[in-house]
Design a protein around this ligand. Sequence first.
Ligand code: ATP
Length: 214
Amino acid sequence: MIGIFGGTFDPVHNGHLRVAQALSAALPFDELRLLPCGKPVHRAPPHASAEDRIAMLQLAIAGSPSLLVDEREVSGNGPSYMVDTLASLREEAGNASLVLIVGWDAFTGLPTWHRWRQLIELAHLLVVQRPGNMVLPCSDVKALLQQHRVDNVIELKQRAAGCILFQPLELLDLSSTQVRARLAAQEDVSGMLPTAVSTYIKEQHLYLSEIGKS
Ligand code: ATP
């Protein structure tokens, strides 16, 4: 069972790592891939380069053998569509179980994703709740849930794709936007990032002038 946790990771922070580590501990993943996006379709381009975001991810997961960084989106030049990424993973994985991890916010926004209805044909969806306001799902997402929701991880392990499972997790109320704002204001970010990542940010002079951008 292969988990895929996509994001901008600009920069990776302890909230991301909490999700990845808690899921690795709670569910029988063979591996969990952190997948930084290249050119996001839904939002402004990342502040840090792909190379820096990958370097920070590698530092963050050092010492966690079940976590990997998957560079396929950042090495392509076109926009990053998750449906294409999952198709490419599916080609490699054969009939293995693929599990796309999404926060509730991303899950409720699924109909805005490119060819979104194909996502569930290519992978399972594991939905984790992020602190903050709960957006209610639209009727398309409600219908998807009705059709695909399961209550047990065994179904995710036994099938290659097609199930939606909710996973309660204790999450940190933390975002990359908050981290960037603190860095730009030269405020302390210890406790928000692994030390190796904050050291890298300082050495590379990243996120120094990000005020006003989000
Ligand atoms: P930004 O503030 O730049 O929007 P972000 O902190 O939301 O960034 P992303 O890289 O966009 O981070 O997020 C990647 C994935 O991680 C998304 O699915 C997002 O919902 C999830 N995520 C981010 N922060 C947390 C958190 N504190 N707890 C749980 N999930 C999180």
